[in-house]
Design a protein around this ligand. Sequence first.
Ligand code: FEO
Length: 397
Amino acid sequence: MKKLITNNVYWVGKNDWELRQFHGYEYSTNKGSTYNSYLIKEEKNVLIDTVYQPFSTEFVNNLSKEIELSKIDFIISNHAEIDHSGALPELMSLIPETPIYCTENGIKSLKGHYHKDWNFIPVKTGDKISVGNNKELIFIQAPMLHWPDSMFCYLTGDNILFSNDAFGQHFCSELLFNDLVDQSELYTEAIKYYANILTPFSHLVTKKIDEVVGLNVPVDFICTSHGVVWRDNPLQIVNKYAEWAANYQENQITVIYDTMYNGTRSIAENIVKGINSSDKEVNVKLYNAAINDKNDIITEIFKSKAVLIGSPTVNNGIMYSIAGLLELIKGLKFKNKKATSFGCYGWHDTSTKIISESLKESGFEIILDPIKTTWQPDMDVLNKSYEFGKQFVKQLK
Ligand code: FEO
């Protein structure tokens, strides 16, 4: 069912309340997601993006109730990833000649996914097409937000920025607009999305925001491809992105561990006590990586000025949950964060070396040698862990 955004612009997407994992199993979507597709019905009828592939039949059926498909004059594919282009094969089988406007990289990606030679029209930043009634769609390339092919488009007259993945959230709601939803839920999902998906491209986010703001055009709506449409003070999310892209951090330290027989956990808990005793204002948080959502932990790291990561030594290495987390951290290219490691071992002292080395490779500044012990920590080690927490805080200052 279509929903009116403004004048002749409609949302024709899909709300996916059931989605719990995205990008395979890389990203948890505990609040579901939406695949936002938009229909502009001016003198020209324009479809902007489609929906995730499993919903292609439902999407095409619904769309055909809103408009005779042959009357769609052109399609804009802002981004070729399957969650936005997934219904194109089914749609194009019914209207095969319809032009698809996308970037050169979009053509490559769409051909790579679907192996079809549709009527592609490549566009680049500054290109525009008229939709009639004195309104135009202007294209703005946005490479790596989130893939090389990504672009935005801007509808003059209605002052709408269609930003695709940028400014989105994996957050399902029947309440289409940002001012209608729970603000805490909205921003929890928005920062998680930024931390887990956009962090490595922060320098490009900053550049793109400067470029869009530099256009000096009014923006009344930001229509993303996931989550809400920003209509109430739409630039609030742009300002948030500018903040998040600038090596964002809060006054937070996050301690993360995995444990077999609670030795590494006991060290972690005493480190937390030490940190808390010497800095009453810092928000120190403690997570067992094996039982917490990996994407929530990444969001906490994103918010932190420093992290301490611990694991016992297992088979000369580290525990699975910590190894996976370190791999995620490596890809996200966090900046301006401090760190160290801790852990227990039996006969090979390797876990803290592996963790500190990995954090260093990922761009973290190691400000303190690790704390470690053989077998279970005794009272002396627990006291030292407490002092270690205090020392870590001192090194941060
Ligand atoms: Fe929502 Fe990069 O796709």
